[in-house]
Design a protein around this ligand. Sequence first.
Ligand SMILES: O=C(O)CCC(=O)C(=O)O
Ligand SMILES: [Fe+2]
Length: 319
Amino acid sequence: MGSGKEYKIPVINFSEENLKPGSDSWILTSKQVRYALEEYGCFEVTYHRFTLQLHNSIFGATKDFFDLPKEIKMRKTSDRPGALGYVEANPTAPFCKSTVCETIGIDDPTTIEGAGHFTNIMWPQGNDSFRENLHSFSKLVAELYETTVKMVFESYGVQDQGLLDSFKESTFHLFRFFKYKALQKNEVDVLGAHTDCSFISLLHQHQVKGLHIKTKDGQWIDAKPSPSSFLVLAGDLLMAWSNDRVHACEHDVIIEENKDRYSIVLFTFIKGVIHVPKELVDDEHPLRYKPIDCFGYEVFCSSKGSRKFACRVKDFCGI
Ligand SMILES: O=C(O)CCC(=O)C(=O)O
Ligand SMILES: [Fe+2]
């Protein structure tokens, strides 16, 4: 089939040793990250600080949320333009084509205030364990994001520490829990192939498989769930920032099992405008994108009516 090449999503270990900036193993790991993002638009990352206990407690919290009555889940939690809170299976909705999926968006879960704000709306009487799980888990995933960004900057020779710091300070985190209700036998449910409009998305699945990744030459490969790893996916904004060096990862969720499937995604955006760094523009790679208003792009994507809109980022800000 295709080129006959056997594809496997690259696995990269963010061990303590590999994460010492400047060390040989840091440089090697950064090269692996860049290669994976350019060739696959994604990689699987194992992280020494991520324990089985954290995996179990965050999915416990996810289930607690979805067990709430629908009228509570539907409460408004954000005034941000373009924010989508609770979304239920609706094959005509731009965001959720699946017939069995429900999902909730949580703004800013890495701050105590953000985690507390969401928790208090859903549980006005308080739910300390939910708030704690949400906050500690999302902070850990944000560490993976920050390390990935630092490695990407360095591996492209973007040395401006001010630029890196301002990226870090202006990152906006949007967390999403997903539940796909168990299917009846012989049914198949599909979310719809798409790339994310984020800068980077970090995804974690619970037991039931479903995520598929499309390779550059059009083959689909399974991204199997693992309790100890995350998938790091390049979104449209990273592709644009890299002046098309990084490949935005096209993916889909296809469910074939008659068990509930849970997944969690941390979508990261940059508040404000980003531009292609000068280090990534040369004769071979002329500038392909105008400066990008990241939230404007998110609103543009959700207003398009379809997640399949081809190469949305080029329509939004391509040159
Ligand atoms: O449920 C999943 O595993 C992924 C969901 C997804 O790709 C998305 O919402 O962008
Ligand atoms: Fe996605």
